[in-house]
Design a protein around this ligand. Sequence first.
Ligand SMILES: C[S@@+](CC[C@H](N)C(=O)[O-])C[C@H]1O[C@@H](n2cnc3c(N)ncnc32)[C@H](O)[C@@H]1O
Length: 250
Amino acid sequence: MNKIEISSIASEKEIQNRQKLLELMQKTPLPQNELVSNAALFLKRQELQKLLFFNDIYQKILDVHGVIVEFGTRWGQNLVTLSNLRGIYEPYNYNRKIIGFDTFEGFKNVSAFDGHDEKTKDGAFSVSNGYEEYLKELMAAHENESPLNHIKKHEIIKGDASLELKKYLEQNPQTMVAFAYFDFDIYKPTRDCLEMLLTHVTKGSIIGFDELNDPKFPGETIALNEILSLRNVAVKRSRFSGMQSYLIVE
Ligand SMILES: C[S@@+](CC[C@H](N)C(=O)[O-])C[C@H]1O[C@@H](n2cnc3c(N)ncnc32)[C@H](O)[C@@H]1O
């Protein structure tokens, strides 16, 4: 039986309970053809709150023109959520492309600003080999559940985002970003991408963060402070959790 990945703030009881949920998932009596439509059986409160956070943010960007970008997609669950929210709220907005950046090989360019946790090192949070190809198929399959699916509205970009975003913006100088979500956890790519984004957001664009004020990953806050200065921005917290936050560009 696989051990599940546990965040370091989980209690022993929570760890055991998550192990139990994993066991229940692995020995599910559901028939294969009912698995996908019953996936919420295994959706815990902690994952549901993230869906609610994105639902909240999505409604705030409905009148903001531009694309959605996630920095640090990993397995891609946020990209899928955002794609499905697009299908619900604005199925005919073919301009609302969703773009995900990740090395798909884990952290890249961990620096002295990223704290002392022994797990914070290059290569942490890597995914299975070739996962990006699976994610592209998954995104296409979800997009197919919504109208205008003959227009591809997602892009998965593999590599060091500090370099890849630069390339993307050079090739796509028209890019306007309505919502950017930072989930690299670490300083260097967050700082680089935040800086590049500044000339591609408009008043009303939203920039979201997964690790601000997080003692385990100080680099994200340091990057924001250096690029925008904490004193000059109003950072709102997610009403659904203790971690996600966002600011609205003024
Ligand atoms: C915490 S994970 C993201 C989790 C994901 N957003 C989710 O909610 O499941 C951080 C991700 O940032 C990526 N990452 C870190 N440094 C990077 C870099 N320089 N360029 C691109 N991706 C990077 C890692 O590969 C990893 O997948």
